[in-house]
Ligand binder design. Structure first.
Ligand code: NOJ
Ligand code: CA
Length: 477
């Protein structure tokens, strides 16, 4: 689908699957890798190019996989290394790539590196983590101070997240070296790339402050490692910054991340001026030849149909149409394609330290799919089974948009050109001959584009006007 000089993710649609909640092969209530393999047919039917799996490594799960205790293995709840190999192979046969989630900024406190580090001040691994005689006032992301006192060695260690997630000391060459090994281990197994956790705050300069120049040095080092593979491996960063120039800095001179997640877009709201503004500023900020990457939901934020769309499917369709027709690479979070809502979690079902369970509930395959799942099913959205058979469903619409995107070269590789539009309508051109218009208002609007309507969020075919919240793709004449 892409021209030969373009990487496979250019113009592609990737899918974020939260493995514990995607599909369960053995009825223990926990999604697993074999379950995911059993659902590749669905993802192929939907039309995705790759899958990002949330962390698959052994972990005590204080932060659901983001506290890694072994970077070379697979969390037993999810399966084995063989299951991961089998998933990569089976997905590969369908032309679907697998990305893992690398968590380099911190480990679990159960990781043997930390166990050694905290064993004594003289430990050869002492300096792998950030130790200090004093705690400053820095806060951790989950509340409370960012320093934990270690009784035995009478020093504090730094943790930007939970105390069970001690931060690695990325100023140390040994830490950089071992991560090169980790990257190679997975790339050699056929992993197509990595989503990289909290990459913007990876390197702290002891005692504890982010050291951005050093982050860029590490990224350049990883990029040259990734570029040494054929095809080149993809590095997509969790770059949680709200300024697009800062965001763009993580692409380097096209020698750092190939993709940096765009949080300003995720949080712009379903508003024509705000969305158009972020997209234009991003386009202007990225280095020449770099690709933007868009997502509306992930496992850390409230699902977009609830957060942005008042759980109104007309709005959900327009948001999906925007996500999937912008230039670059788009990520769907599992369930986005169904219009899946945030699920209310009763206090007795809470599993996460930071109230994110409602965005991580089981994928509703059919009414009978899950037995006693680890998180409750929401029940507020129609299942895959019922939506797949319904040409008018959100799922069928989402699949139609992806199919149109794949079939139309403008939508794969055409540039983004903003066009004039009435207030509240967001209109742009892709390439030479494809227009998109979204009426993000409660009133009818005049159609700002001339040509044949190829697809409408409302299933209409009216070249003269847009209904409230209607979005269209038009072959421009
Ligand atoms: C970002 C991850 O997406 C989130 O789920 C996690 O809690 C933190 N990083 C800490 O690793
Ligand atoms: Ca299972």
């Amino acid at each position: 689908m892409t021209s030969p000089q373009q990487p496979w993710w250019s113009g592609g649609v990737l899918y974020q699957a939260y493995p514990r909640s995607f599909a369960d092969s053995n009825d223990d209530g926990i999604g697993d890798l074999a379950g995911l393999r059993g659902r590749l047919e669905y993802l192929d039917w939907l039309g995705v190019d790759g899958i990002w799996l949330n962390p698959t490594f052994p972990s005590p799960n204080r932060d659901w996989g983001y506290d890694v205790s072994d970077y070379f293995g697979v969390q037993p709840d999810l399966g084995t290394l063989e299951d991961l190999d089998a998933l990569i192979a089976a997905a590969g046969e369908l032309g679907i790539r697998i990305l893992l989630d690398l968590v380099p900024a911190h480990t679990s406190d159960q990781h043997e590196w930390f166990v050694e580090s905290r064993s004594s001040r003289e430990s050869p691994r002492r300096r792998w983590y950030i130790w200090s005689d004093e705690a400053d006032e820095q806060e951790s992301a989950f509340g409370g101070g960012a320093w934990a006192y270690d009784e035995r060695t009478r020093q504090y260690y730094h943790h930007l997240f939970l105390p069970e997630q001690p931060d690695l000391n990325w100023m140390l060459p040994d830490v950089r070296d071992v991560f090169d090994e980790i990257l190679r281990f997975w790339f050699d197994r056929g992993v197509a790339g990595l989503r990289i956790d909290v990459v913007h705050e990876l390197v702290k300069d002891p005692p504890s402050r982010p050291n951005r120049p050093e982050v860029h040095n590490v990224l350049r080092r990883w990029r040259s490692l990734a570029d040494g593979y054929e095809p080149e491996r993809l590095l997509v960063g969790e770059t949680w910054v709200m300024d697009v120039d800062e965001l763009a800095s993580f692409y380097g001179r096209n020698d750092e991340l190939q993709l940096a997640f765009n949080f300003p877009f995720m949080f712009a709201g379903l508003d024509a001026t705000a969305l158009a503004g972020v997209v234009e500023r991003t386009d202007a900020a990225l280095p020449d030849g770099a690709l933007p990457v868009w997502a509306l939901s992930n496992h850390d934020v409230v699902r977009f149909p609830t957060r942005m769309c008042d759980e109104d499917d007309a709005k959900v369709r327009s948001a999906l149409l925007a996500l999937l027709t912008l230039r670059g690479t788009s990520f769907l979070y599992y369930g986005d394609e169904l219009g899946m809502r945030q699920v209310a979690i009763s206090p007795d079902r809470v599993r996460d330290v930071h109230a994110r369970d409602g965005a991580r509930t089981p994928m509703p395959w059919s009414d009978a799919e899950w037995r006693d799942p680890w998180l409750p099913l929401g029940g507020k959205v129609a299942t895959v089974a019922s939506q797949r058979g319904d040409p008018g469903s959100v799922l069928s619409f989402c699949r139609d948009v992806i199919a149109l995107r794949r079939a139309r070269v403008d939508l794969v590789s055409g540039g983004y050109t903003p066009l004039d539009s009435p207030t509240g309508v967001w209109t742009w051109r892709r390439g030479g001959a494809t227009g998109i218009a979204l009426n993000l208002t409660d009133s009818e609007a005049a159609m700002p584009l001339e040509g044949e309507v190829l697809l409408s969020t409302k299933g209409r075919n009216d070249p003269s006007r847009l209904e409230p919240w209607e979005g269209v793709v038009v072959a421009l004449t």
